[in-house]
Write a protein that binds this ligand. Structure first.
Ligand code: MN
Length: 231
């Protein structure tokens, strides 16, 4: 009989300050959530509600790991983002109760093949190959809400080789974390282990092999990855 079962190890990330790990179920991402970034991408922040897309759980890349420059692109962009870790699932979650569903927060990097994304936008095609490729979801340790609360204001910054390229404030989100949770839960039943990348501020630009990319969010520490040649 041929083999049809291929057991896959669960994807887990460390929990800051705990001898525990967060088991990743699904990765949801939000596009167009900081007005200045919407404008730099050629959009109108007044007319663009948040758009949701996904990445596979095994696209997670851990803090400190090398990021292999992906194939099929000549314009790779990192995007620093606040990541929400869901601890309690639900559907049609009310904005007023949405924060009860959050177990923690982390610094994330939504790696993007910007050239493929531009092509997809032009052609009205899916973003998957622009966004959901191998290692495309960098993630730092999960900081529990019992330690850090809910960081809705504070600096969010990305630097490359020590030079700041993106610098914004979490308070500048167009759609807040509770509103995003409520909205996403009208599309899918959220589950414990789900992650939500909440969008990036302006200043996105290309990186190349050899670049050291450092993402920082006030209160959540840093996330460091070095871009290396694809083997
Ligand atoms: Mn993004």
């Amino acid at each position: 009989m041929s083999q049809v079962m291929f057991p896959v190890a669960p994807v887990t990330v460390p929990v800051a300050g705990q001898n525990a790990r967060f088991c990743v179920r699904r990765i949801f991402c939000v596009g167009r959530n900081y007005a200045a970034h919407v404008r730099e991408m050629g959009g109108d922040p007044q007319r663009t509600p948040p758009v949701f897309f996904t990445k596979p759980a095994d696209a997670i890349l851990r803090d400190g790991a090398d990021f292999p420059y992906p194939p099929r692109t000549e314009n790779l962009h990192p995007e620093v983002e606040l990541v929400v870790a869901i601890g309690l699932g639900g559907t049609n979650i009310a904005v007023s109760g949405a924060l009860h569903h959050v177990v923690g927060y982390a610094v994330g990097n939504d790696w993007t093949r910007r050239d493929l994304q531009a092509n997809a936008k032009r052609g009205g095609e899916p973003w998957d190959m622009a966004k959901a490729f191998d290692h495309s979801a960098s993630l730092g340790p999960i900081h529990l809400t019992t330690d850090v609360g809910h960081p809705f204001a504070g600096t969010i910054q990305l630097s490359v080789n020590g030079q700041v390229r993106q610098s914004g404030d979490l308070s500048a989100m167009i759609t807040s974390v509770p509103q995003l949770i409520a909205e996403l839960s009208t599309y899918v039943c959220l589950q414990p282990g789900d992650l939500m990348y909440t969008g990036t501020p302006d200043g996105v630009s290309a990186v190349v092999p050899g670049d050291r990319v450092v993402c920082v969010i006030e209160g959540l520490g840093s996330l460091v990855n070095t871009v290396v040649e694809h083997l």
